[in-house]
Design a protein. Structure first.
Length: 263
């Protein structure tokens, strides 16, 4: 099936690694224009070059920097009919904070809430006029099953994720009159830089595959393995596609059946 993404323009935050990078690559494969950012210019440079790819360093917590990144992306791709159009926004940039209540400082709480909320609101505010111009745009917030299934060892991230899921539902209603759909993907354990960094930090010397299989078993992943970034990208592309024109205000879990509750 043709997803109808060719020649459309998408912004993906945090596209230099993991889920963001897989999404950027999948969109380029579909013939879309893609603008992506990350904080580290060298990592962004390692994505490589492509006619339809625009990259620039930008921290999503910095509203002015996000506005400038968006302005340059719109300028790069020109838009349709003389209007600066963005057909979709993927709010993906971020990371999690592995801390329990007693290890969590006031700054940790502030930083985590700022990253999660600014990571959605700054790109949304910057892109909104361009999304409106698309008349049928889609916003996808990359979230976590932690939003619905909190873990005490990730207490700030779980709470912030729940807030973002709630925010997404409000945004879906608020932006519907402008033809902008808003949905989320809620991830379980996805094999990306986050987990390779944790494996390295654990310093156990155990092979990564073995460590990963035990992690999946410990967390109760029904499929018995971590997910791949490209498996998340497919779900994101499905929600970005104009084929999903009647889907808004909802979320798709991409988690291999983690947990035993009804999500
Ligand atoms: P990675 O660490 O592999 O990639 C994160 C990307 O976001 C990088 O490109 C990074 O680039 C960028 N980034 C991080 N902080 C900022 C910032 N402040 N401003 C701009 N860019 C930023 O992560 P994943 O692919 O694993 O995660 C993607 C999203 O999915 C994240 O929001 C994460 O929290 C969420 N998630 C991931 C899960 C997993 O198991 N992997 C589980 C649940 C949710 P740079 O560092 O150069 O800025």
């Amino acid at each position: 099936m043709d997803l109808g993404l060719a020649d459309r323009t998408f912004l993906v935050t945090g596209g230099s690694s993991g889920v963001g990078l897989a999404t950027v690559r999948a969109l380029l494969d579909e013939g879309a224009n893609v603008a992506t950012c990350g904080r580290d210019a060298d990592r962004l440079g390692r994505i490589g070059t492509h006619d339809r790819l625009f990259t620039a360093p930008c921290d999503v917590r910095d509203a002015a920097a996000v506005r400038e990144f968006t302005r340059r992306a719109v300028e790069e791709f020109g838009g349709r009919g003389g209007r600066g159009v963005i057909d979709g926004l993927v709010n993906n940039a971020g990371q999690s904070r592995m801390k329990r209540l007693d290890e969590t400082t006031e700054d940790d709480w502030r930083d985590e809430l700022e990253l999660k909320f600014a990571g959605v609101l700054n790109p949304l505010h910057a892109a909104r006029p361009h999304l409106r111009a698309a008349a049928g745009a889609s916003v996808v917030n990359v979230n976590a099953v932690l939003a619905k299934q909190p873990e005490p060892r990730l207490i700030t991230t779980s709470a912030a994720r729940a807030g973002i899921l709630n925010l997404s539902a409000s945004l879906a209603r608020e932006l519907a009159p402008d033809g902008i759909r808003v949905n989320s993907v809620c991830l379980g354990l996805i094999d990306t830089g986050q987990w390779t960094r944790r494996h390295a930090a654990a310093g156990s010397g155990r092979p990564y595959e073995e460590w990963q299989a035990e992690l999946a078993a410990d967390r109760g992943v029904a499929l018995g393995r971590l997910g791949r970034a490209d498996e998340v990208a497919y779900a994101i592309l499905a929600l970005l596609s104009p084929r999903a024109s009647y889907i808004t205000g909802t979320s798709i879990d991409v988690c291999g059946g983690v947990g035993r509750g009804i999500l």
